[in-house]
Design a protein around this ligand. Structure first.
Ligand code: NAP
Ligand code: MG
Length: 395
């Protein structure tokens, strides 16, 4: 069979543990037999981050900016326990944090729906895409543990200052930031995503309490909408809707889905796990970071599935779901295909996605989906991947 040619490489960012094992299997069984794959490879496994003093992470982010499209495997964000486990010389920061801080932008997460897996919220008949602002806020905050009575102030070099709190005893404080430029690019990418998908855009924050900080988010969204998107939204028959975060949460639970929900960084972190769990499984959620200058980094929304990895190390076969990681690859290959006008590559991405959903709908599923789909048991990752490969060969 002739393999599909590629012109520009995608940035391939390898990772850790169980997802690293799946990564290799996905490439060998589902991509390399069909595509003349071109990638620029970066190994972000913890041992290689240690060997390069984490320089590899920034190099990968730079490659995504240069080439425009990346696909990333899940990676460990080390804590104290991981430092010991992997004999690290320091506690490296979250690779996703480093990549997001470099590329800026918005993370969009969309559940993968199949006919035989009913969402846990019965009214959700269409996917909800979460758009998480991926810059600043509590992820880049400055925190202070006040040891005892003290006066904490917020001071700016332009002369502005304000007391935060007068401590009578020990306590904690934090300061966080964002920029108009990042909020505006967040807003633009959300409006563009809603328009592309012909879906309403919801944005929610807490501007009644956080009048200046969250108020800035609300104002910028409003201005971008009025100046650049109102006409296009009206022509497409879709709406922009702002409401407070608590009201939004209640409305989302009663909704039928089918919209883009834009959230600040922390709200998006929390809500995306709730939405993916409610749609079925963390392993059925895709994630893409879209930067303001039009770069795309695709990944699965879940982590490295450590517990399954430890079982693998003992020689056990696991039933780990590779679907979100496969969809990270198809997302990247499709985007590369669109940018390079490579229709065959786009068609391959679609065929691979269909092979995955058809396999699940035929009742062949991994353990996380067994109960939800009514299958008796889950098959091993190996059996699941070879079932997908068989379907792909016949599409
Ligand atoms: P996780 O890897 O997402 O796994 C949490 C649990 O969710 C698993 O134990 C498993 O449940 C289930 N699960 C997740 N993905 C699955 C899949 N593909 N198939 C089947 N079940 C799946 O989260 P974690 O255990 O909190 O984190 C593990 C490591 O991943 C950490 O070191 C963390 O730093 C890293 N992490 C990386 C990213 C990223 O790179 N984007 C994101 C999150 C976490 P059962 O055990 O019940 O089967
Ligand atoms: Mg999270």
């Amino acid at each position: 069979m002739n393999k599909i040619p590629m012109t520009t490489p995608v940035v391939e960012i390898d990772g850790d543990e169980m997802t690293r094992i799946l990564w290799k299997m996905i490439k060998e069984e589902l991509i390399l037999p069909f595509v003349d794959l071109k990638t620029e490879y970066f190994d972000l496994s913890l041992p290689n981050r240690e060997a390069t003093n984490d320089a590899v992470t920034l190099e990968a982010a730079k490659a995504v900016r240069r080439l425009g499209v990346g696909v990333k495997c899940a990676t460990i964000t080390p804590n104290a326990k991981r430092m010991e486990e992997y004999h690290l010389s320091r506690q490296y920061p979250s690779p996703n944090g480093t990549i997001r801080a470099y590329l800026d932008g918005t993370t969009f997460r969309t559940p993968i729906l199949t006919k035989n897996i009913a969402p846990r919220i019965p009214t959700w008949t269409a996917p909800i895409t979460l758009a998480r602002h991926s810059y600043g806020d509590v992820y880049k905050d400055t925190e202070y543990r006040a040891p005892g009575p003290c006066e904490v102030k917020l001071v700016s070099s332009d002369g502005w200052e304000k007391p935060v709190f007068s401590y009578g005893g020990p306590g904690v404080a934090l300061a966080m930031y964002n920029t108009d430029a990042s909020i505006e690019s967040f807003a633009r990418s959300c409006f563009a995503c809603a328009l592309e998908n012909k879906q309403d855009l919801w944005f929610s924050c807490k501007d009644t309490i956080s009048k200046i900080y969250d108020g800035r988010f609300r104002d910028i969204f409003e201005t971008v909408y009025k100046t650049d998107y109102k006409d296009a939204f009206e022509a497409a028959g879709i709406k922009y809707f702002y409401t407070l975060i608590d009201d939004a949460v209640a409305r989302v639970m009663r909704s039928s889905g089918g919209f883009v929900w834009a959230l600040k960084n922390y709200d998006g972190d929390v809500m995306s796990d709730m939405v993916s769990a409610a749609f079925g499984s963390l392993a059925m959620m895709t994630s893409v970071l879209v930067s303001p200058d039009g770069c795309f980094n695709y990944e699965a929304a879940h982590g490295t599935v450590t517990q399954h990895y430890y079982r693998r190390l003992k020689g056990e076969k696991t039933s780990t779901n590779p679907v979100a990681t496969i969809f990270a690859w198809t997302g990247a290959l499709r985007k590369r295909g669109e940018l390079d006008q490579n229709a065959a590559l786009c068609a391959f991405a679609k065929a691979l996605e269909t092979a995955c959903t058809d396999t699940i709908e035929s009742g062949v599923v991994t353990g996380d989906l067994a109960e939800l789909s009514g299958a008796k048991t889950g098959v091993t990752s190996e059996a699941f991947l070879s079932a997908i490969q068989k379907r792909l060969e016949n599409i």
